[in-house]
Design a protein around this ligand. Sequence first.
Ligand SMILES: *[C@@H]1O[C@H](CO)[C@@H](O)[C@H](O)[C@H]1NC(C)=O
Ligand SMILES: *[C@@H]1O[C@H](CO)[C@@H](O)[C@H](O)[C@H]1NC(C)=O
Ligand SMILES: *[C@@H]1O[C@H](CO)[C@@H](O)[C@H](O)[C@H]1NC(C)=O
Ligand SMILES: *[C@@H]1O[C@H](CO)[C@@H](O)[C@H](O)[C@H]1NC(C)=O
Ligand SMILES: *[C@@H]1O[C@H](CO)[C@@H](O)[C@H](O)[C@H]1NC(C)=O
Ligand SMILES: *[C@@H]1O[C@H](CO)[C@@H](O)[C@H](O)[C@H]1NC(C)=O
Ligand SMILES: *[C@@H]1O[C@H](CO)[C@@H](O)[C@H](O)[C@H]1NC(C)=O
Ligand SMILES: *[C@@H]1O[C@H](CO)[C@@H](O)[C@H](O)[C@H]1NC(C)=O
Ligand SMILES: *[C@@H]1O[C@H](CO)[C@@H](O)[C@H](O)[C@H]1NC(C)=O
Ligand SMILES: *[C@@H]1O[C@H](CO)[C@@H](O)[C@H](O)[C@H]1NC(C)=O
Length: 403
Amino acid sequence: MLMASCSLQIFFMFLLLELACSLRWGGVEEVSLVKVGNFSKVEDAVNFHIYYGETFKVIKNALDAHSYLLLQNNTRIASRTKYCTSRIKSFVIPLSNYSVDTDSFPVSFLELVGALGSLKGITSDTVASPCVLKLYQDGQIEMFNKTDDEKLAQFSAHFSSDADQRPVCNFATFAPFSEDTPLQRAEWIKFMGAYANEEVRANQVYSKIKENYLCLANIKNNRTSFKPIVAWMQYSDGVWVFSKNEYKMKYMEDAGGEKLNANKNSYNVSNPDDQEELHAILCTVEVVIDETPTFDPFNYTIATFLQNLNVEDHSCFSFLSNTSLWRYDKRIQNNTALDWFNVAVSQPQLVLADLTEVIFPTGNYNTTYFRNIAKGEEPSDIGSETCERDAFTAMEPTIVACG
Ligand SMILES: *[C@@H]1O[C@H](CO)[C@@H](O)[C@H](O)[C@H]1NC(C)=O
Ligand SMILES: *[C@@H]1O[C@H](CO)[C@@H](O)[C@H](O)[C@H]1NC(C)=O
Ligand SMILES: *[C@@H]1O[C@H](CO)[C@@H](O)[C@H](O)[C@H]1NC(C)=O
Ligand SMILES: *[C@@H]1O[C@H](CO)[C@@H](O)[C@H](O)[C@H]1NC(C)=O
Ligand SMILES: *[C@@H]1O[C@H](CO)[C@@H](O)[C@H](O)[C@H]1NC(C)=O
Ligand SMILES: *[C@@H]1O[C@H](CO)[C@@H](O)[C@H](O)[C@H]1NC(C)=O
Ligand SMILES: *[C@@H]1O[C@H](CO)[C@@H](O)[C@H](O)[C@H]1NC(C)=O
Ligand SMILES: *[C@@H]1O[C@H](CO)[C@@H](O)[C@H](O)[C@H]1NC(C)=O
Ligand SMILES: *[C@@H]1O[C@H](CO)[C@@H](O)[C@H](O)[C@H]1NC(C)=O
Ligand SMILES: *[C@@H]1O[C@H](CO)[C@@H](O)[C@H](O)[C@H]1NC(C)=O
């Protein structure tokens, strides 16, 4: 750990040294220095860091091993210097325009920062945001094919959640999904804040969200009842798999649930031994979250689950007798884009509040992302008509009543 942070420091010393040299080369003595002014400090996320110089910022992104050099648009260095090497890319900020790879991109971060005004390009219209859809319909945002390099190059930056990218100069990897805990993922708002010169806003939003999340996570410490066992499971090609993603396990622990400890991870329903064991395991489970992907969420009901399970005798399934069988596709756009991969990432306090209701139902809280298919709850469609605020203003995080 010590070694890692030390080599990181050394790397940055070299980077800053190199920058200092190029700044002098660029004739820094003539430049009227513009202070960066506002700072974000990354406290929880591990895959990016932000460093501040006098007129520039550096985002070090562990995902693509790049350093993004952000140069203020009113400095001379910004007009003279352009980096596009295997380790460093430069961007002039605030970005006059940018595009995002909307195939899987949590645009809610842009909304919380208030940066939709310069979003000018998207790569698909499957996006779980009413306001982004509205801007697209109004012609403020254009859609283009993400393999169209000529088009891509016209934007000051192109953000994608996919770290495995082509070496294009304006690509930046925005990777909240790479983090292991819900709060670490949410802290990526500071990454976007740095690009938009909205550090103050990003800090405020993150600390509100974190405070709310930690308060909700504290409720479990006051519970005296037993911890229900929760299974996150998904089906594909005849096989059920229990998922163990760190961030999901963290959510569940923070909500006061108990992790399922199965002997193995995947169970083939056509194999009698597997089926027997799956049956037995599910008899110990109090809450099931069915993550099975589907092209037809409105038609994914309890019947679909039971059909995929292929177990005849349900008598010992307390998650059925107690109606606790859930999916996180309650909010969905055009049957495809789940809000679970959008707002749920930037506002983890809402997911934790949902899961707390899922695991310890009160009936007094309407979940945002989870629907109970054991009670026949249906998904709801996200469309541009539900964009209720001025899309160019920042979205406020939703703070849940706590304690
Ligand atoms: C610092 O933040 C304040 C408040 O958000 C903003 O008005 C100001 O322009 C920012 N300064 C810089 C240099 O980004
Ligand atoms: C720098 O960005 C600000 C805010 O977007 C803009 O008002 C200003 O015109 C830009 N300045 C230059 C020199 O591009
Ligand atoms: C994007 O372009 C590629 C290559 O030109 C093509 O194969 C693909 O079908 C296009 N995608 C869309 C959505 O038009
Ligand atoms: C984005 O901004 C840059 C710099 O201001 C400009 O040259 C470019 O034409 C803009 N691109 C689009 C697609 O608006
Ligand atoms: C937990 O219980 C203590 C003592 O009853 C109380 O002061 C506290 O507010 C409770 N915390 C929460 C999060 O409900
Ligand atoms: C599941 O088991 C069946 C029957 O043994 C077999 O034909 C099938 O290939 C298995 N599926 C997988 C994904 O292993
Ligand atoms: C809905 O689901 C049922 C059961 O899973 C299936 O038999 C039916 O074909 C589906 N209907 C549509 C319209 O996809
Ligand atoms: C059923 O759910 C209730 C809460 O709604 C809980 O108190 C009870 O223990 C659960 N029963 C089983 C068997 O899981
Ligand atoms: C929904 O998706 C379908 C299939 O991809 C597409 O043809 C249709 O235009 C989309 N509708 C809307 C409202 O986005
Ligand atoms: C939950 O939603 C229903 C239907 O929209 C509404 O009538 C009810 O008041 C809501 N309950 C809470 C606790 O917000």
